[in-house]
Design a protein around this ligand. Sequence first.
Ligand SMILES: Cc1cc2nc3c(=O)[nH]c(=O)nc-3n(C[C@H](O)[C@H](O)[C@H](O)COP(=O)(O)OP(=O)(O)OC[C@H]3O[C@@H](n4cnc5c(N)ncnc54)[C@H](O)[C@@H]3O)c2cc1C
Length: 510
Amino acid sequence: MIDFVPDPNSPYLIDECKIRGNAERVVIPDDESELSSVVKEANRTGTNITISGLRTGLCGGSVPLGGILVSMERFSSMIGIGKDGEGYFLRVQPCVTIDEIVRSVQLKRIEGFSDITPNACSEFRSDKRKFFYPVDPTEMRGSIGGNISANASGARTFKYGPTRNWVKSLRVMLADGNIIRIERGEHISNGRHFDVTIDDVHLEFDIPNYDFNRSVKNATGLYCHEDMDLIDLIIGSEGILGIIVEADLRLTEWHPLISNIIFMPDDQSAISLIDDLRHDTIVEPEFIEYFDKGSVDLIRRTCLTDPTILRPPGYECSAVFMDMSMDNDVESRFERLFELVRKNGGDPGRSWTGYDQNDRKRMFAFRHSVPKSIFDYVASLKDGIPAINKMGTDMSVPEEHNLEMMSFYDSILKEHGLEYVIFGHMGNCHPHVEIILKDMEDLTKAKEAYGILAQRAFEFGGSPSAEHGIGKLKRDYIRMVYGTEGISEIRNVKSAFDPNNILNRGNIVE
Ligand SMILES: Cc1cc2nc3c(=O)[nH]c(=O)nc-3n(C[C@H](O)[C@H](O)[C@H](O)COP(=O)(O)OP(=O)(O)OC[C@H]3O[C@@H](n4cnc5c(N)ncnc54)[C@H](O)[C@@H]3O)c2cc1C
C-alpha cells in the first residue's frame, strides 16, 4: 500500500472540473484487506475518506475536502466471464477503464480471465457472435467504478440506456469495512422501505419520498422509487453509501454499424433534422449527436495543432453525427436519411460515412475533440488564474421543451455576454453547453447564468444534471429539485449505510 502526504499541487487533489481540494494523506491500497483496514480506521476516528477513480469526473466528486484520499487505481484487473439465462457478463475490478472493457469484449481478448460460471470463457471465445458493452461515455479513460457511481451515460444511451441498465451485481465495501454482494433482483424495497440482511449485514431504512424524474436522462441525487432494487440505490450514489470493489456487467450482441457525420447549413437545420431522426422507424439511429457552428469552428482550430483530427469542411456549417445499423436494408435507411437531410435544407453530398473500424474511430475522435479542447483550454488558464474552473452544462429536458430550452440557452448566455459552444447528446435532448471563460469576471457571470438555466430546465420537467452527477459543484441543484425535506431524506439513507459520515463527505449533500 502506498501512503503519502500530498503536495498542494498533487494531481490526486483535482478532477476534470478543475476545482482543487486538500487531503492529509493519499492512500493507494493494493487489495481489499488493505482497503478495509484504512476504512475501519477512518470509521473509528471519524475521518473523511474521499474515493478516487481516475479523476475524469466533472463535478468534483473525487476531490477531497480534507481527510484521506483513497485512490482505487490498483483495483484494475479484469476478473472473468460468466454466463446465465440473460447471456454473458463480465466481472471487473472498479478501476478498469471503459476503454479496456470495450477492447477486451469486442476483440475477445480474455487471456488470464477466470470462469465465473463453468466453461464461460471458452464458450465466449468460441461463440461465433461478437459482443459489446454498450455504454460509451465520451471519456473512455474513466473507470467503471466512477461510471457506476455517477450512472454515466454516453451517445448510445439513446438506444441502450445509461450504466444502470448494464450492472448485474456489485460487491460494495461499507463504511465499517465489511463487504456485501448485491445481486440485481434479490433485494427489493417494500414500497419505500428497505429491511434487508445481506452477508450478515442488516440494513433498515426508508428511501426518499421525492419523485426521481425517470422521464429524462437524470443523475441528480439518489435514485429512488417504490419497490426498487437495492442495487439501483448504489448506482448513481456518487460513493456516499459505499465503495464499489467489484462489478458484474451485462454484455450484448454486437452488430455492424455505419457512422455518418452530416454537415447542415446552420444550427436550426441541424436541430430540425435531429427532431425528424429521433423517432424515425426506417433510419432507426443508434445515437444522435449535435455540433453547433461554434463547435465545428472549434474543431477547425483544434486541427491546426492536432492534424490527426478529421478536418471539417471549409464552409460554415453545423453537424449531426449518428450511427445506423448495417444489419438489414441499409439502402432504405440511406434513402430515408437523405430525404430528411434534403427536407431540412441540407445536401446529402455534404456528409461523411464510414463503416471501417479506423474510419469510425476517427469520427469518434472528431466528436471527442470538442470537449477535449475545452478542457485543455481551461487547464491552460489555470496557471494564470488558479481559481478558475470549467463551466459546462449537463441539463436534459423533455422532448417537447427541447427547442424552447435551446433558445433559452442562447438568450441567457448572450444576455450575460458569454462566449459558448453547444454540442452533444441531442438525441436525448441533453446537449452540453460549454462556456468559454476568459477571466474570473466571466466565471461569476457564468455561475449566475448556469443557475438560471438549471432552474428553467427543472421547470420544463428536466434535470439540472443528466449524466455527470452532483459532486460538490452542483449541490445547490439538489436543494432546487428536492428541497430541504429531500436533503434530509438523502442524509437519512446515508446514515443507515455510513453512520459516522466518513464516505465521500460533501458529495450530493453537505
Ligand atoms: C472529456 C470528457 C468527456 C466526458 N464525457 C462523459 C460522458 O459522455 N458521459 C458521462 O457520464 N460522463 C462523462 N465525463 C465525466 C466522467 O468521465 C465520468 O463521470 C466518469 O464516470 C468518471 O470516472 P472516473 O474514474 O474518472 O471517476 P472519478 O472522477 O475519480 O470519480 C467520480 C465519482 O465516482 C466516485 N467513485 C469512483 N470510484 C468509485 C468506487 N470504486 N466506489 C465508489 N465511488 C467511486 C468518486 O468518489 C466520485 O464521486 C466526461 C469527462 C471528460 C473529461
